[in-house]
Design a protein around this ligand. Structure first.
Ligand code: SF4
Ligand code: SF4
Length: 471
């Protein structure tokens, strides 16, 4: 039988607008607290000052792109120390794995910027246009002066929030008070304006209009998270064995089919249909259903956090295992150990790092030069990075199995003054006396040293000396 042609007209479905109803309860309160903290940290952080001395920026958290450095309170990260940032990113990833394996998409439901800003935009929408029923009525109503006034007011407040969001972002990349003055005087760098405009537009669109579509279609995390979850993961679920059959008549289960859990859901789904990819585990449906259970004199928890491994026992009337048994299990312990291990390594790396960095590269063309008196001379490119906030005089030295004379191009002494927070590159020469063991050998290992005479910093670098037998 021939296959009927595919009806491509049905492959696209326009977004059905969602009008989440206001709800109160313990999970809603927790979401308010997380939202307030996240917004406060985001907007306030660039304005925190941190004294690092006269020649240094006094912003506590600063991504100094021009000088390729990252400041985080008392910690300074230079470009060659990017492994610390990489370690922090790995820790963030492991933290996400840990929370997902224990509590499902708790990141999505509470702390993801898309969730936080969408929640804020919905709050504004509710203040201006009213709760769910008013918003539905307004949405269906034809355009009128009243509708235009409410819409323009809402969009204006959204735009201001979006502008503040984009505006706050650029303050992380330069001195915030200076940039704020430049922005007010319309004298800021075009990159700053462009970044603010881009972030304002994306925040306005993502938080105001795209909302759950970003989570469902644009974000890869819902697809990846399944790999971190197992039958012990606690996630939001409907206890159908308690709730069904729905209704209010005789013989009905606990679910009175009031639809409140559906009406409060920011993703527009019905948790009673089972676990769905769209569910961000915000737990607002738990608050909604608990209220209904309280009102109708039934026990709370018809919708609640539930692990698959407890379902059979619960269906048989047994109690679920305590929460700690779900949270403390080999997978979460392994993630915690890995997370802590990387954290300890980062702390050790920060504590043990030197205030000076030295790189030495032997010049290979030619490997050595024979001077008129028979002295064999090797050249090296030396790079010294002074991470202290004062100029430092470094004494250079060499440690080898035989006599070597060290000279710095353009300098009379074996010392270099490296300005505060600067990197200096110089050519250094090592010379072995004629017919000495180093001059006649193929290669000899050596160590170049840089010492801050005050004892604050020192660096050693291994290299080699090429004698006249070198090939
Ligand atoms: S189903 Fe419940 S937990 Fe999932 S997104 Fe909707 S309200 Fe949040
Ligand atoms: S809120 Fe509870 S009682 Fe109401 S429809 Fe949802 S599950 Fe049923």
């Amino acid at each position: 039988m021939p296959t009927p042609p595919l009806d491509t007209s049905s492959l696209y479905a326009a977004r059905e607008p969602i009008f989440p109803k206001r709800i109160s309860g313990r999970f809603r309160n927790l979401k308010w607290i997380v939202m307030a903290l996240a917004l406060a940290v985001y907007y306030v952080t660039p304005w925190i000052r941190w004294d690092r001395g006269p020649s240094m920026p006094d912003q506590a958290v600063l991504v100094d792109l021009a000088n390729r450095r990252f400041f985080f309170f008392g910690i300074e990260i230079w470009p060659h120390e990017f492994y610390i940032v990489a370690g922090l990113l790995v820790m963030a990833g492991l933290g996400l794995f840990l929370f997902t394996s224990a509590l499902g998409r708790v990141w999505c439901g509470y702390a993801c910027p898309q969730t936080v800003w969408t929640d804020l935009f919905i709050l504004v929408e509710r203040w201006i246009e009213g709760d769910r029923n008013n918003r539905i009525r307004l949405h269906r109503a034809p355009w009128s002066l009243q509708k235009a006034r409410l819409r323009v007011t809402k969009w204006t407040v959204w735009l201001l929030i979006a502008l503040m969001t984009g505006g706050a972002w650029v303050f992380y990349f330069t001195d915030a008070p200076t940039l704020a003055r430049d922005l007010l005087a319309l004298d800021a760098h075009p990159v700053a304006w462009l970044t603010i405009a881009t972030l304002t537009a994306t925040t306005f669109f993502f938080g105001g209009f795209a909302r759950e579509q970003i989570c469902i279609y644009a974000c890869p995390w819902p697809r990846i998270q399944a790999a971190m979850m197992d039958e012990d993961t606690l996630t939001v679920a409907y206890r159908d064995w308690r709730g069904e059959p729905r209704g209010k008549g005789a013989g009905a289960g606990d679910c009175i089919d009031c639809m409140t859990c559906v009406n409060v859901c920011p993703m527009g789904i019905d948790i009673r249909d089972g676990q769905q990819m769209e569910c961000i585990t915000c737990a607002l449906c738990i608050d909604a259903c608990d209220q209904m259970m309280e009102r109708t004199g039934r026990p709370k928890g018809l919708i609640g956090y539930l692990a698959l491994s407890d379902e059979t026992a619960e269906r048989a009337g047994a109690k679920p295992r305590p929460v700690w048994r779900h949270v403390l299990r080999p997978r979460t312990i392994l993630y915690t150990v890995m997370w802590s291990g990387i954290g300890v390594l980062i702390v050790l790396a920060l504590l043990m790092r030197s205030q000076v960095d030295m790189n030495v590269t032997p010049v290979r063309n030619p490997l050595f030069v024979t001077l008129s008196d028979g002295t064999i001379r090797n050249a090296y490119e030396l790079r010294l990075r002074n991470k202290q906030h004062d100029d430092v005089i470094y004494e250079l030295g060499v440690d080898a199995t035989g006599p070597l004379v060290l000279a710095i191009e353009g300098e009379e002494a074996q010392r270099l003054i490296v300005p505060a927070d600067q990197t200096m590159t110089r050519r250094v020469y090592l010379s072995a006396p004629p017919e000495s063991p180093l001059a006649t050998s193929e290669t000899t290992p050596l160590t170049l040293t840089a010492r801050d005479p005050a004892g604050a910093a020192a660096a050693d670098v291994e290299s080699v000396f090429h004698g006249k037998d070198a090939k």
